[in-house]
Design a protein around this ligand. Structure first.
Ligand code: NOJ
Length: 932
């Protein structure tokens, strides 16, 4: 009990920072310490223990699979056999799996499943993944195997020393086991351990865990870890493997802590750290200036560490270590980082297109105290003319934190509140965590239906979280989804979801690492047991995903019959594949400038690792931001894909009107800018949902040839829109330095979304003066974006509003192009073709808009275009003054030249449902001459 109280106290007071000592460092974590030790001693070894048995080669008839045996030599008379399998996914992604042959009859493991967990891939890879065929398998040499696959790929597997080299267009990209760190600790008992040790191995914590509260871990299988190194040949930068509060380009860890992937409730995390956080995606991207990029997908859901060695002469070298499971990884090599994102999405799924509201502004705090409070905030938003789409309820809405109940005193009529929000297109998100207080109907039902996680004695696990003693739903069991479906579908009025006709309520899954206040490292013991008789050790990093998947499917079932059937789920914990069913946020940050700054690389790494629907608590969760910090945070937060303000229960109220003037107006302007750009934002999200384009897109994606962009983490593009953003991230700043990544392109200053006189060409860097009002942003030459410029209370009320086009001609030819995606914003009908993609093209001759309908049912586009703005018109096309502007070859329309420079065309309510054109007629040079 003492432990619980201590944990609670930490959470609810503003403590002094992360309690690092609660979490294992590599040297305190048996398998990490052993693998690092192995790595540093194997170099001196004369004989490497692993080799391939060349006579074991087998291939499937259709050349889609290759099998070989790896022999691990323990002593002169003892060899362990491992199975190696090579296969191709979606034609040109090479998958490598290594498993141990284990008997079904292992000592001391009770009723646990005895083989190594090999199910991570099943949870992560989508059904549409296909298995490809090798183009050629060359086994003519005794010492190696040559492979050709895909259009440009080849690989060479050397039997001894065991190495795998992967080439793209005949250039070496990756060497697996370059440093000979390959290691698989085979099964042995404590008694016969000595006979199973290699000279360069260490036996630290093989059969016990000496770390503080973890010491009760029974470690029934003994040492089981796996380790392997990957050198990215010729690469200097690697990215991804979220979640860490660290730099965009991953740092060298050779003399410090490796990056750890182990989902934990890390309260008050520190920035600039490789410590694990709430989620884990074991996916790494390597980029170099030539036209190639590589990705490594390590399919393991156990505790994992990754060491990054940037001192290696051949390129960046990485060492992956996991506590157990099989060795299972996929190597992706493509022509660009975008192509890697697409391929990764085709393997693990893309973010589905959310409802438009989910891209609007979310107003949250722990807690809106009661129904009146909620409706008061809701009304104030309108009073202060601040658009918003969703208000959130944290844990206090429930009776004694018993999810699926309401505190009747504070929320006497939730249905009424939900209906009131719905009137102006607003939504409600409610939190439902995976722990359920013992002694009420939900936990009783879960126990009765055998849907609880079990302890190491196979008894229902009872541990502490917000409500006190709780059971945890075992969402690895497919029946958990059925159970949750039944809970969200309560049909009588005034129950949890307000009745089945309520369709504006969505869900938030928090504490799903899972967070356990009295557990080791704030989570379950690793020998906790799940459905399928698997140890928690094997699936830890996937538990959070299993829960939000179940929530998503339950909500899908609830909304299936409604006209707004795309569910929204926010999760704190995540894994590879989580992007298919949830958005995430970066957890409990602090109201400090460094956290604002860190939020950009954190969210960019989320996008790189295929989960771009992400955001950070605007304002910072813990503490009280200064008015300036809060303002700057809004100006940055409007660029997160998931844009939500949130605050800790002890933080002072900070809804946008509280700061007062000039802050409230500046915050209002920022939020309105987000709404104005919703057409571009929704289009960006649509591209993300089919191509995996990061929402906050790092500069090196566009310009991998420009090495100066590789470490830029205070600027980003909004997807592929051409909008470059450089928010102000420091206190009291009067000028900022901005990198313009392409010196051969023009950048139009579009600060605060306003036309300006400034544009830049031929400069790789500029210094810009800024005031508190300013959100520095630029439109890159060649792009066209769309806006809806009228203020409305919510995104739903903007649906029929007309569009404005902003055209940024490129430097060389004055050309530009862009896209606008439209659908009904709420349903899945777009999957049946009910959508439209509008393509815009512009040049010195005029503009054209072409509507491409989705294939299938027709989607009716009801909007008009009301205005077209061409930036730098007179400068770009200066030789020829404009005489008149003709729409659709027949109608001469009004135009204006603003700032002596930009062309503003007032469109005659031109419907977007048809193709349209604008033509410029210039004053002929001869008549110009006459006039002069
Ligand atoms: C922890 C979450 O990170 C935070 O956002 C939330 O407010 C609290 N749990 C209370 O539910």
């Amino acid at each position: 009990m003492k432990v619980v109280v201590a944990f609670l106290a930490l959470y609810v007071t503003i403590a002094l920072g992360v309690k690092e000592e609660l979490f294992k460092k590599c040297h305190e974590n048996g398998f990490c310490h052993r693998n690092r030790h192995y790595g540093s001693h194997i170099l001196e070894a004369h004989d490497w223990p692993y080799r391939i048995n060349s006579t074991s080669l087998k291939t499937s008839a259709e050349t889609s699979h290759i099998w070989l045996e790896i022999l691990k030599t323990i002593s002169h008379d003892k060899e362990i056999v491992l199975d190696l399998q090579l296969s191709l996914l979606n034609d040109d992604n090479l998958r490598v799996q290594v498993n141990e042959r284990r008997s079904n009859d292992l000592k001391g493991v009770g009723s646990l499943t005895t083989h190594r967990f090999n199910g991570t891939g099943n949870w992560v890879l989508v059904d549409s993944v296909t298995e490809g065929k090798f183009k050629s398998i060359d086994a003519s040499l005794k010492e190696k195997l040559g492979l050709k696959y895909g259009k440009y790929h080849s690989a060479e597997l050397t039997y001894y020393p065991l190495t795998l080299k992967v080439y793209y267009k005949n250039q070496l990209q990756m060497t697996v086991n370059d440093k000979k760190f390959f290691n698989l600790e085979h099964y042995r008992t404590m008694e016969d351990n000595d006979m199973n040790m290699l000279p360069f191995e260490l036996d630290f914590d093989m059969f016990k865990d000496s770390f503080k509260d973890s010491s009760k871990d029974t470690i029934p299988f003994g040492p089981e870890s796996i380790g392997l190194d990957f050198t990215f040949n010729g690469y200097q930068h690697v990215y991804g493997i979220p979640e860490h509060a660290d730099s965009l380009s991953l740092r060298d860890t050779t003399n410090s802590e490796p990056y750890r992937l182990f989902n934990i409730d890390l309260f008050e995390y520190e920035v600039g750290s490789t410590m694990p956080m709430y989620g884990a995606i074991p996916f790494l991207l390597a980029v170099k200036p030539t036209k190639v990029a590589s990705g490594l997908f390590w399919l393991n859901s156990g505790d994992t560490f990754v060491d990054i060695d940037k001192t290696h002469l051949k390129g960046v070298s990485t060492h992956w270590m996991s506590e157990n499971g099989i060795i299972d990884f996929i190597i992706l090599v493509k022509e660009s980082p975008e192509a890697i994102n697409k391929a990764y999405g085709e393997l693990s799924g893309f973010t589905p297109l959310p409802q438009l509201f989910a891209l609007g502004y979310h107003q949250c705090r722990w807690n809106y105290n009661d129904q009146e409070d909620v409706l008061q905030v809701h009304e104030n938003m309108d009073k202060y003319q601040i658009p918003y789409d969703t208000i959130w309820l944290d844990i206090e809405y429930a009776d004694s934190k018993k999810y699926f109940t309401w505190n009747k005193k504070t929320f006497p009529d939730p249905r009424k509140m939900m209906l009131e929000l719905d009137r102006t297109g607003r939504n409600l998100v409610i939190i439902v965590d995976p722990h359920f207080k013992t002694g009420y109907f939900v936990s009783n039902e879960l126990m009765k239906q055998d849907l609880c996680v079990k302890d190491n004695e196979n008894k229902i696990l009872k541990a502490h979280c917000w409500p006190g003693e709780s059971v945890y739903i075992d969402s690895l069991n497919p029946k958990a989804t059925e159970y949750l479906t039944s809970k969200y579908q309560m049909s009588s009025k005034n129950t949890f979801m307000g009745g089945d006709d309520i369709t504006n309520v969505h869900l938030w899954n928090d504490m799903n690492e899972p967070s356990v206040f009295d557990g080791p490292e704030t989570t379950f013991f690793k020998d906790t047991i799940h459905y399928g008789r698997w140890e928690h050790r094997s699936i830890h990093n996937m538990y959070g995903m299993s829960y939000h998947n179940a929530t998503f499917h339950a909500l899908t079932n609830r909304l299936a019959q409604s006209s707004r059937n795309r569910p929204f789920v926010l999760t704190r914990s995540f894994f590879a594949g989580s992007q298919r069913t949830a958005a995430m946020w970066t957890g409990d940050n602090m109201s400090k400038w460094e956290y604002l700054k860190a939020s950009i690389p954190m969210n960019m790494n989320q996008g790189i690792a295929g989960m771009p629907f992400s955001g950070s608590d605007v304002g910072g969760f813990f503490g009280n931001p200064s008015k300036e910090l809060l303002t700057r945070w809004y100006q940055t937060g409007i660029w997160y894909a998931f844009f939500r303000a949130h605050a800790h229960i002890d933080s002072r109220r900070r809804e946008p009107w509280i700061a007062g003037e000039p802050y409230t107006s500046i915050i209002r302007n920022a939020i309105r800018l987000r709404y104005r750009l919703l057409p571009t934002i929704y289009t960006t999200m649509q591209r993300t949902s089919v191509e995996g384009v990061p929402f906050m897109r790092p500069l090196f994606y566009s310009y991998p040839g420009n090495l100066d962009t590789y470490e830029i983490e205070n600027e980003f593009y909004l997807g592929n829109s051409g909008l470059l953003i450089a928010p102000v991230l420091e206190e009291g700043v009067k000028e900022i330095i901005i990198v313009l990544p392409n010196v051969k392109e023009i950048y139009y200053d579009y600060t605060n979304g306003k036309m300006s006189l400034e544009s830049y060409y031929g400069k790789s860097q500029i210094i810009k003066q800024v005031t508190l009002e300013d959100i520095p942003m630029f439109l890159e030459g060649g792009s066209i974006i769309t806006e809806k410029q009228r203020y409305r209370r919510s995104s739903k009320l903007m649906i029929n509003d007309p569009y404005t086009l902003i055209i940024a001609p490129n430097h060389d030819q004055g050309k530009a192009s862009g896209q606008l995606y439209i659908d009904d914003y709420e349903t899945y009908d777009y999957q049946n073709g009910k959508s439209a993609m509008i393509e815009f093209e512009a040049s010195d001759k005029g503009i054209s808009s072409t509507l491409i309908r989705g294939e299938g049912e027709e989607f009716k586009v009801t909007n008009h275009v009301e205005k077209v703005i061409v930036l730098n018109f007179t400068k770009q096309y200066d030789a020829k003054p404009l005489k008149q502007v003709v729409v659709n070859k027949q109608q001469v329309v009004e135009f204006e030249i603003v700032h002596n420079n930009h062309l503003v065309i007032k469109m005659p309510n031109t419907p977007m449902s048809q193709n349209w054109t604008i033509e410029y007629e210039y004053v002929e040079s001869s008549s110009l001459h006459d006039e002069l």
